[in-house]
Design a protein around this ligand. Structure first.
Ligand SMILES: [Zn+2]
Ligand SMILES: [Zn+2]
Length: 345
């Protein structure tokens, strides 16, 4: 995550709607993939920290529970920004607790979309090329006992909004024996299924995928049943998580989520000056394919720092995973596929 600086010199964070030092209105501009301090321009706004005078307006979800701080071009079609437009179903806002749950979901979703835009991945909300468009359904279990299953189908990511409740998510984490369970992690995982369809299926990357992740034509339902009945005890030798060992699609999605964790966290560290020499390399990512093994070395170093800092304040490890050689090879493969996709747009 890149941070921005207000015209008053104060550091600004991704979720801010106003500068906490000078009160100036802020807005995230997806076209520049940056948060900007804003200046009024007639009925609209423009970035106060750049020369361009492109009129912008605020996403209509700014004043809803979504608390969206994203902007859209003043002449754009529709009322919502590029991130908010992706939500097809939002939870009933009249139900107590649902405003908070939806807020948590949209906040994590904007973070996900930020990372996708930074990697130059396609994030269209319309199906213009025959490819499935990315969309989100935030649903809740119904009174008649129908459960909402978190998952992906045909470009639609469904999330059970109960995942926004800390007590529920934590009890699920313990019941499933997971070391880590977050809303952002869910969204990144599910986005992996979508991008597998976009970047891998039927492309030049498909054969390489099968060599590293396995044959995805294996019966998915049977594979999941087998995973829940007799989990692979040796998953640590080949996978990032136990769930990744269930089926090649889940292996891809789990590893994809880690790739997004890695890129975003390294960018944050570089931006905050924790890795001064690296900062310029990240800025130039578009120009040349950053050597992934070097990124990985930095990531290993950084996760030791993250976990040690967490222990110092008595918190659980921030990154409770270890990367084996097979996982490193899969991450490198994803890096190649992401970079190739990003260069095409
Ligand atoms: Zn300020
Ligand atoms: Zn929005």
């Amino acid at each position: 995550m890149q941070h921005a600086t207000c015209v008053c010199g104060n550091r600004l964070f991704f979720e801010n709607t106003a500068c906490l030092a000078c009160g100036r209105t802020l807005g995230f501009v997806p076209e520049t993939v940056r948060l900007h301090p804003l200046e009024p321009l007639g009925n609209h706004w423009h970035p106060a920290d750049s020369d361009g005078h492109t009129p912008l307006r605020q996403c209509e979800n700014r004043h809803t529970a979504a608390a969206c701080n994203w902007m859209l071009p003043a002449d754009a079609h529709g009322r919502l920004c590029r991130a908010c437009r992706l939500s097809r179903v939002i939870p009933d806002q009249a139900v107590p607790g649902n405003q908070r749950r939806w807020h948590t979901m949209e906040r994590a979703k904007r973070h996900l979309v930020y990372g996708l835009l930074r990697l130059h991945l396609p994030v269209e909300d319309r199906d213009s090329t025959g490819n499935p468009a990315l969309a989100f359904d935030f649903k809740e279990d119904t009174a008649d006992g129908t459960q909402v299953l978190t998952g992906h189908a045909g470009g639609v990511i469904t999330i059970n909004i109960a995942e926004a409740d800390d007590d529920r998510r934590e009890s699920m984490r313990l019941a499933m024996g997971e070391p880590y369970r977050t809303v952002l992690g869910h969204l990144r995982h599910e986005s992996g299924h979508y991008y597998w369809e976009r970047l891998v299926r039927g492309t030049g990357w498909h054969q390489g995928f099968r060599e590293r992740f396995g044959d995805e034509t294996a019966d998915y339902a049977a594979a999941l049943r087998r995973h829940h009945q007799t989990p692979d005890e040796h998953w640590r030798d080949h996978y990032i998580s136990a769930y990744a060992s269930a089926h090649p699609w889940e292996d891809w999605a789990e590893t994809w989520a880690h790739y997004l964790h890695l890129r975003d966290t390294l960018e944050t560290a570089a931006d905050l000056g924790l890795m001064v020499a690296e900062a310029e390399k990240y800025r130039r990512f578009r120009a040349s394919n950053t050597d992934f093994r070097q990124l990985l070395g930095e990531w290993m170093r950084l996760t030791v720092i993250m976990n040690s800092l967490a222990r110092s304040v008595g918190a659980p490890d921030t990154y409770p995973f270890s990367l084996n050689p097979a996982v490193c090879s899969k991450l490198e493969f994803i890096h190649g596929a992401v970079h190739a996709a990003g260069m095409e747009d």
